[in-house]
Design a protein around this ligand. Structure first.
Ligand code: MF3
Ligand code: CO
Length: 289
C-alpha cells in the first residue's frame, strides 16, 4: 500500500509517514528499479518487534550457556534436550523446534559427521573427541530467536578443533559483511571464500533465514552465493548467519529413517555456528549467539 505523506507511519512510531519511513521506502524502491531483490515491508522489524526478539534471545542464550556448563563426555544427547526444555520453560519460553513440521525434540544435537538436525536420543552418548553442534530456538510472546554453538568434548583432534574455529571465523566474516544497502550475496560469498581459503567446503542446500516474527522468514541466506546477488540488506531486517562447513566434500544426505538428520556424504566432520543479527544504519547488532 502507498502511504499518504501525512498518514501515521506504518512502523508504529506515531510520526507522520513523510517524517518517518518515506525516504527509506523511496530508497528501497530505487534499488528495486535497479534490479535488486528487495525486502517487503513485513521483513522490516518495528521497535516493538526488536524488543520482543531481544527478550526471546535472552532465553535462547541462557539455555545455550546452561548446556555449555553441563555438557561432558558420557552424557546422552537426550540429557541436552532435557536441559533445553527445562531451562526454556523455567524462563517462560517455548522451545521452537518441538513439533516444528513434526520435529520430535526441543533442540538439534548434531555430532561429528552430522551436519544439522541431529535428534537427541538416549542412545547417543557423547564421547571424548566429539564435536557437537547444539542448535536452539525459542519462542517468547510470539517472537523467535535462533542460534547455535559448537562444543568440543574433552581432548579433540587438532583437525577437528581447526574446523570448529574456522567455522566460527566464517560467522565473524559474515557479521562484518552485514552492511546496509549491500546484498546477502556479498555476505554469502565472503563466508564461502573464508571456508575455501582454509581448505573446507560449505553446504549448499541449507542456510540461514529471516527470523523473528516467525521461525523461518525470507530471505534464504546462502553461503555459496555471488556478490551483488540475492536480497538487499536493509536496516530493520533480522536474519541468521549459520554456515555449515565441511572438512571434506560438500555432498550431503538425509537419514531416510528419521527424515531429519543431515550427514556429510563422505562422513567427514562438519561444524556450524549460528547467530541472529539485526541490520542497523551502520552495520549490525548481534541479537542472539
Ligand atoms: N534451528 C534450525 C535453524 O537454524 C531449525 C531446526 S528445525 C527443527 O533454522 F525442526 F529441526 F528443529
Ligand atoms: Co536457523
Amino acid at each position: 500500500m502507498k502511504f499518504g505523506r501525512n498518514m501515521p507511519c506504518w512502523c508504529g512510531s506515531g510520526r507522520k509517514y513523510k517524517a518517518c519511513h518515506m525516504a527509506f521506502d523511496d530508497k528501497i524502491a530505487g534499488f528495486e528499479r535497479a534490479g535488486h531483490v528487495v525486502p517487503d515491508r513485513g521483513l522490516i522489524k518495528t521497535a516493538k518487534d526488536i524488543e520482543g526478539i531481544k527478550k526471546s534471545a535472552v532465553i535462547n542464550m541462557a539455555v545455550l550457556d546452561e548446556v555449555g556448563e553441563k555438557i561432558r563426555a558420557g552424557m546422552s544427547t537426550q540429557e541436552i534436550d532435557d536441559i533445553v526444555a527445562n531451562t526454556t520453560r523455567k524462563m517462560g519460553g517455548i522451545p521452537a523446534d518441538l513439533g516444528y513440521e513434526g520435529y520430535p525434540k526441543s533442540v538439534c544435537t548434531s555430532v561429528n559427521d552430522q551436519i544439522c538436525h541431529g535428534i537427541p536420543s538416549d542412545d547417543v552418548i557423547l564421547k571424548e573427541g566429539d564435536i557437537v553442534n547444539v542448535d536452539c530456538s525459542t519462542i517468547l510472546n510470539g517472537y523467535f530467536s535462533d542460534s547455535s554453538r559448537m562444543f568440543m568434548i574433552g581432548e579433540v583432534s587438532p583437525e577437528k578443533r581447526r574446523l570448529v574455529e574456522v567455522t566460527r571465523e566464517c560467522v565473524k566474516v559474515g557479521i562484518s559483511k552485514v552492511i546496509p544497502w549491500t546484498t546477502i550475496g556479498d555476505l554469502g560469498h565472503a563466508v564461502h571464500q573464508h571456508a575455501l581459503d582454509n581448505g573446507y567446503t560449505v553446504v549448499r542446500e541449507i542456510g540461514g533465514h529471516g527470523c523473528g516474527n516467525a521461525f523461518h522468514e525470507d530471505p534464504f541466506v546462502s553461503y555459496v552465493s555471488k556478490p551483488g546477488t540475492e536480497m538487499l540488506m536493509v536496516p530493520g531486517m533480522v536474519f541468521t548467519i549459520e554456515p555449515m562447513v565441511n572438512m571434506g566434500e560438500d555432498k550431503i544426505f538425509t537419514d531416510k529413517k528419521n527424515g531429519w538428520t543431515v550427514y556429510t556424504a563422505d562422513h567427514k566432520p562438519s561444524a556450524q555456528w549460528e547467530v541472529e543479527v539485526l541490520v542497523t544504519e551502520t552495520g549490525c547488532e548481534v541479537l542472539c549467539w
